[in-house]
Design a protein around this ligand. Sequence first.
Ligand SMILES: [Zn+2]
Length: 74
Amino acid sequence: MIQELLLIVVVIGIVYFMFIKKKPLAKKKTKSEPKSKELSEELVECVACGTYSSASDSFLKAGQYYCSRECLEK
Ligand SMILES: [Zn+2]
């Protein structure tokens, strides 16, 4: 019985963790954090059109970079 309860708690925890993790990730691109500063000098390729732009100027969505909002919404 305790094992079942533990399983439920773990499942809820995972779901909760995923929700919590997703939201800050989307916010990350709009506000530059010190961690992403290292990446700002790097050139990243836009997955939509292939244009290279600095990581600080590109939009990050789901771990992929987009050069502009247009490409992001494609
Ligand atoms: Zn693009």
